[in-house]
Structures are given as structure tokens and as C-alpha cells.
Design a protein around this ligand. Structure first.
Ligand code: HEC
Ligand code: HEC
Length: 303
């Protein structure tokens, strides 16, 4: 069959394009799989867990205010965080000892490896578990958190492991989102101590690590890298007067954190887990506010 040279040209062009796209998809798939299957050997620091009622209630406070219940569910028996064809399926698994939850022999070392390093007992890098933030939780707080997690009632429920969709795989392959926290943690790095609790800038900086995953390391907000497209961008928490909190006072901040209301009475979207952060004590919220006030005013969206 004779094919007109122009048609042939178009066919070759389309064929080449399809080939390039296939290679690109293959690259993303292989590169992301390699990263998902990488094994980690982590030197875990021993920490002492004491299970008195004070430690357990402090641990419960941390499970709420450090975001664990946002992804693992209010009873920590698991929850679906997103289920979106582009980003994939993400659930925080069941952390209780019920059926479908953690095995009976899950040890303190396993808790520390998972929470602080983002690595499972088998050495797998956990997906979308924000350990790069939790790496900075001090030994005493981590011990209290574990004491609480060990005390929660067993619930039977099973959630599948995260399944990354094509967009999430692309973000992983091109390093656009920190999907595997074990990759970005300096596992052998110096572990900062736990500052004394108080309404201080230092304590605020310690608490504010939990805001960086969404508001960015520089706290100036922008699109949330691990969020699906329907999540609103995180806002600017620096004292910039145009786009940030430059015109707010401490009371405005505390009301926004506790009740999800801005000074103009508009409501903060619940993707910002204010109902949980709002359970922080006055001392904790004051410390956070003081710390945010020390940041350089930065225009919105510079993460
Ligand atoms: C942004 C959502 C998110 C938040 C917040 C979060 N997790 Fe996770 N966590 C996950 C996901 C998703 C997994 C499963 C990852 C996987 O299997 O690859 C996970 C896994 C874990 C595991 C490992 C379980 C196992 O099978 O070994 C532990 C332990 C854990 N999380 C504890 C916590 C604690 C404690 C907190 C709060 C300090 C917390 N998580 C906060 C999403 C989250
Ligand atoms: C899971 C993601 C997430 C985390 C974690 C998070 N935020 Fe937010 N935050 C958001 C989003 C998204 C918005 C914007 C909501 C909207 O558009 O209504 C927001 C808005 C806010 C606002 C309202 C600001 C304004 O200009 O209207 C404040 C204050 C705030 N966050 C403080 C914090 C602090 C402090 C932390 C850490 C303790 C934190 N956030 C952690 C996602 C998050």
C-alpha cells in the first residue's frame, strides 16, 4: 500500500511520540518501584518507656496534637486518608493489637524505628508516614507516645498498604514530594534534645516541626506536595502583612487554632486539622505563636 509521504511523516511522528511516552511511563514505574523496595537498616536508639498514668495521658495528648489520629483514626485503628485515581490509595494502618493491627511482638524498638525513622520492622521505607517531622520528637515525648499507643484498646480492622497512583509515582521518581520519609532523614544525625516545655520560642520551634509537611519548611505555605488536587494550598504562617499572619495578634492565632475561625470570621478548611491542634494547651499555642513571629516575613507560596 502506498502511503503519502506527509501521512507517513505524521505516522512516524505519532509512533515516536507514543514510544517516548511509553519509555517515560516505564521509567517512572521502575524508578518509583526501586525506591519503594529499597531496604533500610536503622541503628535504633534505646529509649525507656514508663507506663504510669501521667506518661500515658501525656502520650495521648501527643497522639492528638502531633497528628497521629489525623491519619490513623481517632481510635488509632486506621483510617483512609485519600483515595484518588491520580495520587493513589493512602490509609494510616491499624496501630492497635486487634486483628489486622500490629503483631503481638511489636517492640519498643519497632515503634521507634517506625515513628522516628519511617521504617517498618522488615526494613521497608514507610510511605507517607511523616517521620521526617517526628524525627525531632525528643526521647521523653516519644516514650510517652509509645506508652499511650501500647495502652489503647485492641480493635479489629485491616487497611491495605499505600498504593501510589501515577501522579504520586511521578512525584516520587522526580523527587517532587517527600513520600518516603526514610529517604530524607539523616538517620545517624545528632538527635536534638527535648526543650523544656514553656511559652518560649525554643519550645515553639520544637512543636512547629509538625506544621512543615503542609506549610513548608519556611512556613510560607503553597500547594501541599503530598495532597490531592482538591486540597486547598496551605497558607502563609510567616509575619508577612500581605499574605501571612502579619496583621494577626496572639489571640487571633489561638482562636484560629482552637475554633478554625479567622479574624474576618471566615472558616479554616478542615484539611488544616485545627480541631486536633486546637487541643494544644495555652502554653503550647503561645510557644508556637512566639516562634512563628520570629520567622522572616516571606511572600506566600515559597514553602
Ligand atoms: C500523613 C499521615 C500520617 C500521619 C500524620 C501519621 N502516620 Fe503513621 N503511617 C501512615 C501511613 C500511610 C503508614 C503506612 C505506610 C506503609 O505501610 O508504607 C503509617 C505507618 C505507621 C507505623 C508503622 C506500622 C507498621 O506496620 O510497622 C507506625 C508505628 C505509625 N505509622 C505510627 C504513627 C504515629 C505514632 C504517628 C503520630 C506521631 C503517625 N503514625 C502519624 C500515615 C501517617
Ligand atoms: C495536613 C496539612 C496541615 C498541617 C499539618 C497544618 N496545617 Fe495549617 N493549614 C493547612 C491548610 C490547607 C490551610 C488553609 C486552609 C484554608 O484555605 O481554609 C491552613 C491554614 C492554617 C491557618 C490559618 C491561616 C490563614 O491565613 O488563614 C493557621 C493559623 C494554621 N494553618 C496554622 C498551622 C500550624 C501552627 C500548624 C502546626 C501546628 C499547622 N497549621 C499544620 C494545612 C495544614
Amino acid at each position: 500500500m502506498r502511503v503519502h509521504p506527509a501521512v507517513r511523516g505524521v505516522l512516524i511522528g505519532v509512533g515516536t511520540l507514543v514510544g517516548i511516552i511509553l519509555l517515560f511511563v516505564l521509567y517512572i514505574f521502575t524508578a518509583s518501584n526501586n525506591r519503594l523496595n529499597r531496604a533500610y537498616t536503622i541503628p535504633v536508639v534505646q529509649i525507656e518507656v514508663t507506663s504510669d498514668s501521667l506518661s500515658i495521658s501525656r502520650g495521648q495528648h501527643l497522639a492528638i496534637t502531633r497528628g497521629c489520629i489525623d491519619c490513623h483514626g481517632a481510635n488509632l485503628a486506621g483510617d483512609v486518608v485519600m483515595d484518588n485515581p491520580a495520587m493513589g490509595y493512602l490509609a494510616g494502618p491499624n496501630l492497635t493489637r486487634g486483628e489486622g493491627g500490629l503483631p503481638a511482638d511489636y517492640s519498643t524498638e519497632d515503634w521507634v524505628r517506625a515513628i522516628r525513622h519511617g521504617v517498618s520492622p522488615e526494613g521497608r521505607g514507610l510511605v507517607m508516614m511523616p517521620s521526617e517531622e517526628y524525627y525531632f520528637i525528643g526521647d521523653k515525648d516519644l516514650a510517652d507516645l509509645i506508652a499511650y499507643l501500647e495502652s489503647i484498646p485492641a480493635v479489629d480492622s485491616h487497611y491495605d498498604r499505600p498504593q501510589l497512583g501515577p501522579v504520586a509515582r511521578g512525584l516520587l521518581a522526580f523527587n517532587k514530594a517527600p513520600l518516603i520519609s526514610a529517604e530524607i532523614i539523616d538517620h545517624k544525625g545528632d538527635h536534638p534534645g527535648q526543650p523544656e516545655a514553656g511559652p518560649t520560642v525554643e519550645y515553639g520551634a520544637y512543636l512547629a516541626t509538625s506544621c512543615t509537611g503542609c506549610h513548608g519548611a519556611g512556613y510560607s505555605g503553597g500547594a501541599i506536595p503530598i495532597g490531592p488536587p482538591d486540597w486547598p494550598p496551605a497558607t502563609n504562617l510567616t509575619p508577612d502583612t500581605e499574605t501571612g499572619l502579619g496583621t494577626w495578634d496572639q489571640q487571633d492565632f489561638i482562636v484560629a487554632m482552637r475554633f478554625g475561625l479567622r479574624p474576618d470570621e471566615s472558616v479554616v478548611d478542615p484539611i488544616m486539622p485545627w480541631a486536633n491542634f486546637g487541643q494544644m494547651t495555652d502554653v503550647e499555642l503561645t510557644a508556637l505563636w512566639k516562634y512563628l513571629q520570629t520567622l522572616p516575613a516571606t511572600p506566600e507560596g515559597n514553602r
